[in-house]
Write a protein that binds this ligand. Structure first.
Ligand code: GRF
Length: 206
């Protein structure tokens, strides 16, 4: 069984969706640990409810590289195959990127490369796009720039607020993140340049 670690900073709804899919047998994986950089994260309560090991590593006052080395060292004994960022509000420093090359995923609430960064639902509304959505991508040293594994689009409605748009996008986040994790854990893809291409085995498995 492949093992994943989830890194979160707050509410943890994506973490919960992944944990539920694992528990209900829709995602074949073991969640080896939840790591939070914020000791107040609600994700910790979800880990408790699901009986998942939780590791609280406060990041306040720690620079990105030092923090990445802390996370790397905490995860080393757990032998995880894949790290999944789920609302993790820190840049991932080089020590973690080097320890898990193309083995860290992130979920972002826009259709990248549009609107990287923060407060992106409001940015999408202000720009006037008619569709937004979410993206699961590999994490590299840039800001939301790594190869794209999965995307889903939702309409932006005339009366949307950042909150209503975020809620519509979140439904899709909860669906595509587990699907993308399953694909990556299956190994049935190859990366050509920026493109993540499914190989036959994944197509056969649906
Ligand atoms: C999600 O919108 C995710 O795309 C973004 O941060 C938010 C986290 O929400 N990276 P949650 O903590 O998973 O509920």
């Amino acid at each position: 069984m492949k093992r994943i670690a989830v890194l979160a900073s707050g509410r943890g709804s994506n973490f919960e969706a992944i944990a539920r899919n694992v528990r209900e047998g829709r995602l074949e994986a073991e969640i080896a640990a939840l790591v939070v950089n914020n000791p107040e994260a609600r994700a910790l309560e979800i880990a408790r409810d699901y009986g998942i090991r939780a590791i609280s590593l406060p990041s306040k006052g720690v620079d990105s590289d030092a923090y990445a080395a802390m996370v790397r060292d905490a995860l080393a004994p757990l032998h995880v195959d894949l790290i999944c960022l789920a609302g993790f509000m820190r840049r991932v420093g080089a020590p973690l990127l080097e320890a898990y090359p193309m083995r860290i995923l992130n979920i972002h609430p826009s259709l990248l490369p549009s609107f990287p960064g923060l407060n992106v639902q409001q940015q999408a509304i202000d720009y006037g796009v008619k569709y937004s959505g979410c993206t699961v991508h590999f994490v590299d040293a840039g800001l939301d720039t790594g190869p794209i594994v999965a995307q889903a689009a939702v309409p932006v409605l005339d009366d949307d607020t950042a909150e209503t748009l975020a809620a519509r996008i979140l439904v899709e986040e909860h669906r595509i993140y587990s699907e993308a994790i399953a694909l990556v854990l299956s190994g049935a893809y190859r990366i050509e340049g920026r493109r993540v291409i499914r190989t036959r085995a994944a197509e056969a498995a649906g």
